[in-house]
Design a protein around this ligand. Sequence first.
Ligand SMILES: [Fe+2]
Length: 370
Amino acid sequence: MSVAKEKEDPAPILSWSRRARILVADDDKFYLKIFSDLIAELGHDSLTVENGLEALEKVKDYRPDLVISDVVMPGMDGFELTKRLKHDPLTMYIPVLIITSLTDRESKVKGLDIGADELLSKPIDESEFRIRIKNMLKVKRYENFLVEHGKRLEGEVLNKDAQLHDAFEKIRNGYVETVYRLTLAAEYRDKETGGHIKRISLYSQILARYLGLPESKVESIFFASPMHDVGKIGIPDAILLKKGRHTIEEFDVMKTHTTIGGAILRDSDSEILKTAQEIALTHHESWNGAGYPLGLKGTEIPISGRIVHVADVYDALRSKRPYKEPFDHEITCSIMEAEIYRFDPTVYKAFVDCRDEFKRLFDEHQEEAI
Ligand SMILES: [Fe+2]
């Protein structure tokens, strides 16, 4: 074995400017010398070995751009070498030129059949050898160019994907913040807090996900639920801010925050605003039909309304109101248990299963600024 020239570039890609690396396998030293001289004349480097096994050992380190192999060699012949190169994903794209003194048609067909890219016969015609090498390297360079170009395009697409994802996240966060701020503005007179609005979002998200709703619906409920009381903007101060319990007439006015909210949010094409309208209208409906504004019953109430109803009752019981002090988690749960008929049994069961999460969210999201 002899190295005609030291390899210069360990990169496997054959660029237009780089000298090619050619691995030559032949047990005949006379031919090895001829091949390496011709390759040097063409301006390329070569590494010569004397059998197929040695060629296989060298190919992974040398990473040739082209393999030239004799057929009949001791140990492993050129057919076996070609077959192994073409079956290994790391080497399958290296073009192989088989040079054979076998003249029968069957051997030539076999060579091409196992994946050799070109065949030449011994004794070799030097001009033909040069042309074949040039052509094979040209094809290899085009292939490499296309592979590199494909990778570059793939990288650009991934980069654009990442940019789009970032842009989407910014818009999403901006949207959530806008909803929180506008809802807070609408409820400002009612002394609702950023903490309350966030908690309703988070409780509703937990219940929707636990109930196995599609993720797109979970997301709509997450974004829409903070707007459940937006209709309070239409309730007169004297009633909304009254200290102490409302009269029946006043409470009838308070109830209209559901229909006012529904009217504010109606006729939108946005899934989120459609869900928000649904929630605004139905978050005070009760499973037993005793809620308001329509007295809907059971599954007449949309699932979003049934979910936010449970979330809103929990949060209202835990919070201070003009007419009541806050209850702790355990008392809140026992009050809800006593009024279980108000809730969709499936949603209530989800609440029971997730109530530790509710407690954690209530503790973590207190009177926070948005
Ligand atoms: Fe409400």
